[in-house]
Design a protein around this ligand. Sequence first.
Ligand SMILES: NC(=O)c1ccc[n+]([C@@H]2O[C@H](COP(=O)([O-])OP(=O)(O)OC[C@H]3O[C@@H](n4cnc5c(N)ncnc54)[C@H](O)[C@@H]3O)[C@@H](O)[C@H]2O)c1
Length: 317
Amino acid sequence: MKVVITPRGFANCGEENVKYFQKAGISLVYNQTGKAYTKEEFYALTADADGVIVGVETVDKAYIDSHPMLRAVVKFGVGLDNIDVAYCQEKGIFVGKTAGSNARSVAETAISFILADSKNLYESISNTKANGWSKMTGYEVEGKTVGIAGFGAIGKKVAQMAFGLGMKVLAYDPYGVDEAVAQKFDVTSVGLDALLERSDFVSLHIPLTEETKDLIGLSQLKTMKPQAVLINTARGGIVDEKALIEAIDCGEIAGAALDVLEKEPAAPDSPLLNRDSIIVTNHVASYSKESLDAISLICAGNIIKLYSGEEPLHRVV
Ligand SMILES: NC(=O)c1ccc[n+]([C@@H]2O[C@H](COP(=O)([O-])OP(=O)(O)OC[C@H]3O[C@@H](n4cnc5c(N)ncnc54)[C@H](O)[C@@H]3O)[C@@H](O)[C@H]2O)c1
């Protein structure tokens, strides 16, 4: 039995997780190169794999058809937009994800963006490193409104943290807002337009699907307050990046913090990188030791259970 793990994060989690696989008699290949695999490397390394644990590698029809031994695809995280789940199901291939495993880390990143913006930390650090000493006046976040689009594992954690900071919390989720959580953290459920209109921060926590592709376009950005900040730690394709640049340049919104981009890594000449009011990080929101440990453990558990004939805990199909 051979399993290939592509995300670099797995190698940072210590030997314990490797031992789980070894004890279960699984021959494990994992990425210790410190770099993402190229498409060619991914295809070649997994040519004889029974299972793959993937990050952002594309697992589409072409990949699945050229890997007939494949019995399991497990996402090292939660977003399944790079995996053709329906085709896996058709082919009888197990698909798993590590639901909730990185929710706290991603939520903390979203909140960090809010706090960094409120105290102009990015500008202050850049200015001080350039030997400047100029000061910008920030503001306190208490009483400000955060609008959370997508009230799942991450969205709910953001609500809890924002409530703790004394912020007002709005949530939009067409598939339902958990009433008990909403009550606990004083969350008001609203439609998307109301959320955009009323929020000082709009934080996206929804999956990238056909329905959510370019959900935030120019007209949605124009609906936001001119002083509002858009935070995207979900997926790049949810925000129309051209529209975002236009909205920033025209003063429709004040700024954006993006952990995810339509194309990653960012192109060196991407306009997103040379706007002072846009902060870009390298899809790092979930990269905490705790979250990587949890993801690794769940991935290992999923695969081991599957191969020992037990039902895995995090089956998608
Ligand atoms: N930056 C990162 O490193 C990172 C890490 C983890 C997850 N993510 C992204 O965050 C997303 C959310 O993760 P999660 O663990 O909270 O997932 P989740 O499945 O627990 O929650 C997603 C929520 O979005 C809602 N939703 C679906 N379609 C919607 C729509 N059109 N409008 C509003 N809400 C909608 C769902 O009802 C659900 O409540 C993932 O799909 C993934 O793409 C990014």
